[in-house]
Design a protein around this ligand. Structure first.
Ligand code: PL4
Length: 408
């Protein structure tokens, strides 16, 4: 007799982004004439850069010729791609080796899958608000109890990130084992300073905890003083895993390619030297058959000098969108954060309106979709996120409607 994974029953709501899509569809059905502009989901909209397109076309051509055809590859990823990823980090002074690099189909899967090499009894700490996968996937894996009346799952440690602490959390007061950090942060757009990250690295070393550092938006950092990798910090190789992606920097949200860095020196309370790296290798060899070879060719091209220059232009485009959004919101007196080193603008909802009510108001009055802050965690209540990943004309139209049609 089969029985189900009852941890799934602890989930109190559907996954945030399909929920936004569902509510938007409902609104569209009820208002067929409305021209809806989507600044909700952080999904790229501009075309792939020419270097990537041409490399992927060449890869397809090679697959169509028996003399250059290739089948399964290493589940860790193609050596050339692993080398290019390691070289990117090394060029910025981050302590990363080729063996640390594991290519994947994206940061979302890695951020959930990596938990598998850690015992279910580990206490998980998350920034609050945070990308919802960190909490939901740990609940589904059985690392939490049910939700309490503060909208928190029992057993998880929520680290509030609010305007009062500049959206970076204090170190946990209790001993925690797995710590999710995301910088530049989704949803707040805040970026951790070197000192702030070092505080967490020192905490992790002291408590033999592991940091799962999501740097999916690292390339959006404009300020050269801010760290783009946790491996820029001394000590991180012993206590941190980094997760990253081609999704936002090269427009691969549909193409699918990411990587994580699991250092050979990583250790936790009961591990032998090198054991965690070996366990992750074993996990990937067993569960994953590698990313698509065509897509990996695109990734290598995105990291070439030509590809990097073209991707920088894409990023500059989205960052100008972020500037336009923030300037428009501030011009009508809304309090805004982020958008300077990250593609998300995080605003305080006006007059204390709750996040989902503001979602309905913005959609109803302006036909603009955003993401309610409370969907990212209880400390996101009273905030709202707008994504800069749009076509320029849509961003201009959306901000014009907000300035002229939103009643405050
Ligand atoms: C909607 C901090 C977006 N369907 O594309 P990936 O898997 O390499 O990266 C996903 C990801 C990883 N880490 C962080 C992210 O913010 C994201 C993507 N987040 C958003 O609007 O917050 C897209 C969400 C997508 C999803 O569920 O990921």
């Amino acid at each position: 007799m089969a029985t189900l994974n009852s941890a799934y029953r602890r989930l109190t709501a559907g996954y945030l982004f399909p929920e936004i899509a569902r509510r938007t569809r409902e609104f569209a059905a009820a208002n067929p004439d409305a021209s809806i502009l989507r600044l909700g989901i952080g999904d790229t909209t501009e075309a792939l850069v020419p270097a990537v397109v041409s490399a992927m076309q060449d890869a397809v051509t090679q697959l169509g010729d028996v003399s250059t055809y290739s089948g399964y590859g290493d589940s860790e990823g193609q050596t050339a791609l692993r080398e290019a990823i390691a070289a990117l980090y090394q060029s910025r002074g981050a302590d990363v080796k080729v063996e640390d690099v594991f290519v994947s189909d994206g940061a979302k899967s890695d951020s959930a899958n990596l938990q598998q090499i850690f015992d279910v009894s580990n206490v998980v700490a998350v920034q609050d608000p945070a990308y919802p996968v960190y909490v939901d996937s740990n609940v589904m894996s059985g690392r939490s109890g049910t939700k309490n009346n503060q909208d928190q799952y029992e057993g998880l440690v929520y680290m509030p990130c609010t305007a009062e602490n500049d959206f970076f959390p204090a170190l946990p007061e209790e001993k925690v084992d797995l710590i999710y950090l995301c910088s530049p942060n989704n949803p707040t757009g805040a970026v951790a300073s070197r000192e702030q990250l070092q505080g967490f690295v020192d905490y992790a070393l002291e408590h033999k905890a592991i940091i799962l550092f999501d740097s999916a938006y690292a390339e959006f950092i404009q300020d050269p003083e801010l760290p783009r990798s946790i491996f820029e910090l001394p000590g991180a190789r012993k206590c941190a895993i980094e997760i990253n992606s081609f999704s936002k920097t090269a427009g691969f949200t549909g193409v699918r390619l990411g990587w994580c860095l699991v250092p050979t020196e990583l250790e936790c309370e009961d591990s032998e030297p090198g054991e965690l790296h070996k366990m992750w290798t074993r996990r990937q060899n067993t569960f994953f058959n590698g990313a698509s070879n065509v897509v990996q060719a695109g990734g290598i091209a995105a990291l070439s000098d030509e590809g990097q220059a073209q991707c920088k232009e894409l990023i500059a485009h989205y960052m100008e969108n972020a500037r336009i959004i923030r300037e428009a919101l501030e011009s009508i007196g809304l309090e805004c954060f982020g958008g300077e080193n990250a593609p998300y603008v995080w605003m305080k909802t006006p007059a204390g309106i709750d996040s989902w009510s503001f979602f309905d108001k913005l959609l109803g009055e302006c036909n603009v979709v955003g993401t309610p802050g409370s969907g990212f965690g209880p400390s996101g209540e009273g905030y709202f996120r707008l994504s800069a990943f749009g076509h320029r004309e849509n961003i201009l139209e959306a901000t014009e409607r907000i300035k002229t049609q939103l009643s405050l």
